[in-house]
Design a protein around this ligand. Structure first.
Ligand code: SAH
Length: 240
């Protein structure tokens, strides 16, 4: 069958339109309202850093949350993201981001990419973000999501205990899974004057968020900030 040319052209245009999916991230009025309320709550709980609050206001958290939990995307608690992992509680993301005093151009390493939400917050605050994830499928989906949403973050699949030597040293390091000990490689990869935040403790018991600071002479000190609850920092090679 041959079609008259105008119809053929229209059909082809239709195909072209369908082949290009809607790229623009979308949000409903309700999601915008809920995000504003989430940021207000985080502010009321004591996070005051403007760059951090602006980043929390600008990143569409619902884009990082699985379809079945969309209605809870702006609630102040963690949510499952598969592989037994979670996207962290928004308040903790705000708290940890504020504690590294984010500034444009700062080089920051995150261990535990998960959904990519914390990494997006760092990028939105102007940091140059690098993030390591031990589960290959999570690393791949977070990388794709961050690219689609235009956040400049380098994501690598691997065991974050060893840091990212090729990109070291870092101004700050955020570990978003609970470690049994502070990995020495991460301390090594911190710049003088740098800060690391890492939850330390047992899987089921008490964990404390620890601030590790390296002074200008390279001396390291630690301070316990608050009790937290994170999924464990794993070891080895997790493909699935
Ligand atoms: N920051 C994430 C949430 C972190 S949940 C977000 O914003 O969504 C902790 C993440 O750390 C999980 O995805 C888990 O798979 C990952 N993880 C656990 N052990 C790790 C390790 N040794 N190296 C890198 N990632 C690890």
């Amino acid at each position: 069958m041959t079609l008259p040319q105008p119809i053929l052209v229209l059909l082809l245009l239709g195909l072209a339109a369908e082949a290009v999916p809607a790229q623009q991230p979308r949000e409903t009025d309700a999601q915008r309202r809920e995000r504003r309320a989430m940021v207000e709550l985080i502010g009321a709980r004591g996070v005051r850093d403007r760059a951090t609050l602006d980043a929390l206001r600008s990143v569409l958290r619902h884009e990082f949350v699985p379809a079945q939990y969309q209605d809870q995307a702006y609630a102040d608690h963690p949510l499952p993201i598969g592989h037994g992992q979670t996207i962290s509680q928004p308040y903790i993301v705000g708290y940890m981001t504020e504690m590294i005093r984010p500034k444009p151009g700062m080089k920051v390493l995150e261990v535990g990419t998960g959904s990519g939400y914390q990494a997006a917050i760092l990028a939105a605050a102007g940091c140059e973000a690098f993030s390591i994830e031990i589960f290959e499928p999570l690393a791949t989906s977070a990388r794709e999501r961050l690219n689609r949403l235009k956040y400049l973050v380098e994501v690598r699949h691997g065991d974050g205990h060893f840091g990212w030597p090729e990109e070291a040293p870092f101004d700050a390091i955020l570990v978003t899974a609970a470690a049994g000990f502070i990995p020495p490689a991460l301390v090594d990869q911190l710049k003088p004057g740098g800060r690391m935040l890492i939850p330390v403790g047992s899987v089921s018991g008490v964990q404390h968020l620890i601030l590790v600071q390296k002074n200008d002479r390279g001396q390291v000190s630690t301070r316990s900030l608050l009790p937290v609850r994170f999924v464990p920092l794993l070891s080895g090679n997790r493909e699935r």
